[in-house]
Design a protein around this ligand. Structure first.
Ligand SMILES: CC(C)(COP(=O)(O)OP(=O)(O)OC[C@H]1O[C@@H](n2cnc3c(N)ncnc32)[C@H](O)[C@@H]1OP(=O)(O)O)[C@@H](O)C(=O)NCCC(=O)NCCS
Length: 145
């Protein structure tokens, strides 16, 4: 727990409803393949201990999904409840993710930020992340429904 009373732990099934609500609020434009319940279901099959939840007084106030692919660590779904931002929750989540990845032997943490999200860019810069010149590619692997 940090000085402000926020705590981070791994996701538990009891968190599902609150996490879905948080992501629907914070990521309203996510595509169907990234639908919250599908993300949760998939993440619970791979390194569920890296699915991190921030809590205040027992309520879900933030999330981070981390993963180590054996070469790099990645984080996704870094989200803090809009009314509780700028109080250190995002930093706490990212610190815990980095600690857990380091403990797994992960040498480097990567992440992607949409160019249209300057707030997140500033956040990661404040946390000491460095911009790297890369072109980001992606390919959907799931079949269309
Ligand atoms: C980005 C986000 C996770 C930050 O969470 P947060 O709890 O507000 O961040 P913190 O309070 O821990 O801030 C850590 C540092 O980043 C800075 N920071 C956070 N948001 C910032 C912003 N929008 N603009 C500038 N600086 C910002 C804080 O001032 C703080 O700096 P300091 O430690 O030097 O005082 C949160 O704004 C969020 O959920 N945004 C919407 C979802 C999103 O964009 N996620 C990232 C997807 S890649």
């Amino acid at each position: 727990m940090n000085d402000a009373g926020f705590q981070v732990r791994a996701y538990q099934h009891v968190d599902e409803h609150a996490v879905v609500r948080l992501w629907e609020t914070v990521f309203p434009d996510d595509p169907a393949w990234n639908e919250p319940r599908a993300v949760i279901r998939r993440k619970l099959t791979v390194q569920p201990e890296l699915f991190l939840i921030a809590l205040r007084a027992g309520s879900v106030v933030g999330t981070t999904l981390a993963g180590f692919d054996g070469v790099r660590g990645w984080v996704h779904h870094v989200a803090v409840a809009p009314n509780l931002r700028r109080q250190g929750i995002g930093r706490l989540l990212m610190q815990e993710a980095a600690d857990r990845l380091r403990d797994l032997g992960c040498p480097k943490l990567n992440l992607q930020v949409r160019a249209s999200n300057p707030g997140a860019v500033s956040f990661y810069e404040r946390l000491g992340f460095l911009r790297e010149e890369r072109i980001s590619f992606g390919q959907l692997l799931e079949q269309e429904a």
